[in-house]
Every structure is written in structure tokens, then in C-alpha cells.
Design a binder for this molecule. Structure first.
Ligand SMILES: *Cc1c(COP(=O)(O)O)cnc(C)c1O
Length: 315
């Protein structure tokens, strides 16, 4: 298992690797405010609030409706604890309209353009963080910390993690096959958009350093696995629940139902199926395991936009 839950001391998970480059870019551009968007319980939004706050940026999170699953309320409370401005839209379209207007709105408010990060931080400059991650893995294999994996299982959400890993693996010639396990529906994540992100990230790296290799996007090196999505984004499945129980019981690792349980279920199924038994399978764990920032004792969820209150029902 690749423990990206420990990728940062403040907060771990996969978004930290992207933010390393995104926030550096924001600083280079002289931005004062970072604006990002996502679902109500977005880990990316929380990671941005935390690290952008630490870097001295004002932070605005544009969140939208999602199924109510455990963890949404805790992330929202932590967003507030980071001092982020939290806005809410009930539909994705309304959220997009708000995002479109953000540039002009915050330029007027702050006197300078905000730095806009799209959902999941999955733009080339963020994806570079996962090119780095593949280089890190390759170095760990060379050191003998783990055997060469035959397959690497990773979550396929906004695709940045998988695109960066695939590009980095191709750049260093790692022969492992990447299995990207779908956790978002086809319009969000598909082979065409995946290819575009892979190509654009390669171009960005070659612009910065012409020695970065030209890597071909080849279906022999990866697969998109659609079998574990179930009813859709953030909708649990029985096999995902079993993966949560098994990881907890055997490794003490907490998975989440939205992003990590589905790829973990794919990994477990292949690990026990006879045909693949003798192979080396790597599960890339993308969820944070650090404690969340604690909201002040004066925190009152009713001061959040009204559409977000339902996630606190029963709290
Ligand atoms: C965002 C997220 C993912 C998905 O990564 P993408 O780069 O968006 O595909 C996986 N796991 C966790 C815990 C996440 O927060």
C-alpha cells in the first residue's frame, strides 16, 4: 500500500501533492485569494483551505450538493476552522455560474485577480504533483522498499491523480499497469478527458524542461475500471463496505465510502482471484489520516449557508 494518507504533516491525502504546485503557482502570480469548488464534503476544498490558509492566502470554497455521507459535516466544520469563506449552490450548474463570476467578483473585492483552482486541483500544474509521486515510487522500488508492482490501483475521480501517475510511470519506464477505478460518473471522468490531462501535463513539463520525455498515451499501460461505481458518486456499494471493514480489521486503515473504498474493493477482488494471485498488486491510498482542525467552541453550523445544514442533522 502506498500511504499517501501521510503525504503532509498538517493534512494528508492526494490533494496535498497537487497543492504543492498549485499554491506555488498562486504565489508566483501574486494572488491574495485562492478560490476553489467541489462537493459539500470535498477533501480537496478542505486541503486547499488548510494549506492556502497556512500560506497566507484568503480562501473561498464554492461547494455544492452531494449525497449525505459520514464525514461531510466534519469536513465542513474544518473548512470553517481554517477561516475559509464557504459558499453553497444546490446544483452543479449554479455552482459553475458562480465560479464563472468569481474572477470579476474577487478582483473588484480584493483589487487583484484570485487564483482559481478547478475541482480536485486536476489541472496540469497540479497533476505535476503526481508525476512526482510516480518518480518517488520508482525510487522506492529501486531502493528495494517494495517489489515492482504488476498493477497499481488508484481512485479515478477528477483524474488528476491517475493522469500524473501514468505520465510519471511512462516517463521513468515503470512497467506496472495502472488500474484507475471509477468513483465519479462518465461526464466527469472519461478516457478522452484523461488523455487531454495526460497530454497537457506532458506539454507543460516539456515547456519547462525540454528533456522531459515525450510519453505516449497507450491503453496497454492502464485500464479504467467501471465495475465499482455502483449507483454513482458518493453512493455506497456492498463490496465497498466490505473493503472498509477488511482494511480496518486487517491494517487499521480507515477508508471512506466516496473515494477509497471502491478502488480498495477492486484491489481486494483481484488480490484473491486465482489468476492474479502470484502478482504484486499495489493499492494507492489517497485519503487523509491526520486529525482535522477543530472548529472553535463558538462554531455553529447554522451560520453556514442554509443548504449545508442538512449534513449536520443529528450532530
Ligand atoms: C479527490 C480524491 C480522490 C480522487 O482523486 P482525483 O485526482 O480527483 O481523481 C481520491 N481519494 C480521495 C480521498 C480524494 O479526496
Amino acid at each position: 500500500m502506498k500511504r499517501d494518507d501521510l503525504s503532509g504533516a498538517l493534512y494528508g491525502g492526494n490533494k496535498v501533492r497537487k497543492l504543492e504546485f498549485l499554491l506555488g503557482d498562486a504565489r508566483d502570480q501574486g494572488a491574495l485569494r485562492v478560490v476553489t469548488s467541489g462537493a459539500a464534503g470535498s477533501n480537496h476544498a478542505l486541503a486547499t483551505a488548510l494549506y492556502a490558509g497556512r500560506c497566507g492566502f484568503r480562501t473561498t470554497l464554492m461547494l455544492c450538493e452531494q449525497p449525505s455521507v459520514p464525514g461531510v459535516a466534519a469536513n465542513l466544520a474544518a473548512d470553517v476552522a481554517c477561516g475559509a469563506e464557504v459558499l453553497f449552490d444546490s446544483s452543479y450548474d449554479e455552482q459553475q455560474a458562480r465560479v464563472q463570476a468569481a474572477e470579476a467578483h474577487y478582483r473588484a473585492l480584493d483589487g487583484i485577480s484570485p487564483y482559481l483552482i478547478p475541482p480536485g486541483g486536476s489541472v496540469p500544474i497540479g497533476v505535476v504533483g503526481f508525476v512526482n509521486a510516480a518518480l518517488e515510487l520508482s525510487a522506492q522500488i529501486d531502493e528495494g522498499s517494495l517489489p515492482m508492482p504488476d498493477r497499481i490501483y488508484v481512485s479515478f475521480g477528477t483524474m488528476g491523480t491517475a493522469a500524473g501517475l501514468l505520465l510519471g510511470m511512462r516517463a521513468v519506464g515503470l512497467p506496472s499497469k495502472l488500474v484507475a477505478v471509477r468513483v465519479t460518473p462518465e461526464p466527469v471522468a472519461n478516457a478522452e478527458k484523461f488523455r487531454a490531462l495526460f497530454d497537457r501535463t506532458g506539454e507543460l513539463l516539456r515547456e519547462r524542461d525540454s528533456s522531459f520525455p515525450r510519453c505516449s498515451f497507450d491503453h496497454r499501460h492502464f485500464g479504467i475500471c467501471d465495475d465499482y461505481l455502483g449507483g454513482g458518486y458518493a453512493i455506497g456499494t456492498e463490496v465497498a463496505c466490505r473493503a472498509i471493514d477488511q482494511f480496518e480489521a486487517r491494517e487499521g486503515i480507515a477508508l471512506d465510502p466516496v473515494y477509497t473504498a471502491k478502488p480498495a474493493a477492486a484491489f481486494l477482488a483481484d488480490a484473491v482471484s486465482g489468476q492474479k494471485r502470484d502478482r504484486v498488486l499495489l493499492y494507492w491510498h489517497t485519503k487523509n489520516s491526520r486529525p482535522l482542525p477543530v472548529p472553535p467552541t463558538t462554531f455553529d453550523y447554522r451560520r453556514l449557508p442554509e443548504g449545508l445544514h442538512r449534513y449536520f442533522a443529528g450532530c
